[in-house]
Design a protein around this ligand. Sequence first.
Ligand code: MEV
Length: 462
Amino acid sequence: MIMRNFKRSNALVRPMETVKGFSKLSKEAKVEWLCSHFSDPESAYETLSMYWNDDEALQKLHDEFIENTVSNFYLPFGIAPNFLIDGKTYCIPMAIEESSVVAAAAKAANFWLDRGGFKTRIISTTKVGHVHFAYWGDYDKLLSFFEGHIKALLFKEAEPLTKNMRARGGGIKDILLINKTFEEPNYYQLLCTFETCDSMGANFINSCLEQFSRTFRREIENSDLFTPREKELQVIMCILSNYTPECLVRAEVSCKVEELEDEKKEYTWQEFVDKFEKAVHIARIEPYRATTHNKGVMNGIDSVVIATGNDFRAVEASAHTYASRSGKYRSLTDVKVENGVFTFWIEVPLSLGTVGGITTLHPMVRFALEMLGNPNAPQLMGLTAVVGLAQNFSALRSLVTSGIQKGHMKMHLLNILNQLEATEEERKVIVKYFETDTVSHSKVVELFCELRGVKSLSELKK
Ligand code: MEV
């Protein structure tokens, strides 16, 4: 592997001036403009261009995913094998930069492989969108006109948009008129629910909502029932909600408590269960801990969401709102011990797609979905929730036993060695040393300096 030294460059020498019509420039011109701001434009160019793909068609595909693409940004694509889920084994694709996440998932997969594996259940798959509007008039009149006349028309006039989705078993589920004036004067909504089958459905939902808005406004304007002021009904916006509490999945593991005994006999199952339960309960009542606890859950979920070409921002936003649904931010996972059986589960909203978006465009996404046996969207929801649960199980298991740093720093060791630009030989020696000692940054530096025959890193820089 060729390791390059980029330390010499990449400092900005002049502030970024504003630029007009940037998106219309060629990629070369954009890159040139950007690099010209660096102290060493050539080196800046080298950094950007070393990530370009030699395959021009593939590079063009990536260039066109977004605007103003100047390079590609790699994330490691790892796999976690041995996941037994609903009686079937899976190797899970994970795209993530954090060193210990794939290792933790794989560890939990192996642990539960011998204890019955993971079980999943789809609770619901409904998605939501709103037409948010202001109306200055009589609510009862609007409601009866909506129920008696407009609602059916909204379904009818959206038919050209919903035809294909209906053929696949989805479409619009319901449209309700909601009075929100107790929270915001004159504020109302059309609350619309959808089934989007195997697509995440954002485009479908937003197109339907915009069509609803056109039909709705026209019918109010053309009706003699409404006063001129009422006819001024103002559509503020039409947009899906990324909060999908009714696109919900549950994943769980369970085993007899004795099966949680540590193989190395470092702790008893009683100690483990006691501390594990307490750790989950803390995350259910203490938002500071709940945030970190859920961050660990999302380490697993996001990495599958990214690898399968889904929108991790949407998934994150929804998960955290769901975690706050009681009015307090809480853990997404829960635990119980009943009749000698330990059960640990997650319930999480996951709005995912296995068709549409970049799922069919991005070769690595296609590869990831193939690895999973080309699941449909509900199946992918189940698999993803499992990885969130697995991740949380591994994190809690470490936290309540050995502590998190032992495993985390072991995985981080290679990052430290890369930062130090250690040679293969040096790496071998240092990795060997840490087979029997806990990794710490200072100890790695100390060993590295010893190997180079210097007292400190600053001596090397001279
Ligand atoms: C680190 O990315 C995630 C953890 O902090 C999660 C947790 O504390 O539960 C290890």
